[in-house]
Design a protein around this ligand. Structure first.
Ligand SMILES: [Zn+2]
Length: 148
């Protein structure tokens, strides 16, 4: 899913949570809201690593083109294309955040925002017939890479 869509849906989601559970307070709302789209910073890290460039605008343009190219590729040819490693989107990382939340205040709000984001990504990827297992399961990615 594209970043601007995440901001729009994330804002609606965070407001809904705040309306239903006003006791989360302003900070809980802000942390949840930011988490719904800042999770994609792992895409930026991937871009820095892959392209050796720190410019975030170049990263956005590059990913936009990459997603469009990927979606334009016939489904049968997609497994050969590189999807990237997005650590924050993995179930393993979300599990760490879940455990960390018992020790650090507001981390569970980060988890709520991240999980909302990942669910939106999965809906997008299922709709566009993208193999989301590589992104969702970090271990799956490495197992597939080892098999190459
Ligand atoms: Zn994402």
């Amino acid at each position: 899913m594209y970043s601007d869509d995440h901001v729009i849906y994330g804002t609606g989601f965070a407001f809904s949570i705040w309306l239903i559970f006003p006791q989360i307070g302003t900070l809980g709302f802000v942390v949840t809201l930011l988490s719904t789209f800042l999770i994609d910073v792992d895409h930026y890290f991937y871009y820095i690593f892959y392209k050796r460039d720190l410019n975030p605008i170049n990263a956005c343009v590059w990913f936009d083109k990459k997603v469009k190219d990927y979606l334009a590729t016939p489904v049968s040819e997609r497994p050969a294309k590189e999807q990237g490693v997005f650590i924050f989107h993995s179930l393993e990382f979300l599990s760490v955040i879940f455990i960390l939340g018992f020790f650090v205040p507001y981390v569970h709000f980060v988890l709520i925002g991240f999980v909302f984001h990942v669910i939106l990504d999965m809906c997008f990827e299922i709709y566009h017939k993208v193999n989301f297992k590589r992104k969702l399961f970090f271990c799956w990615y490495f197992l597939e890479e080892l098999r190459k």
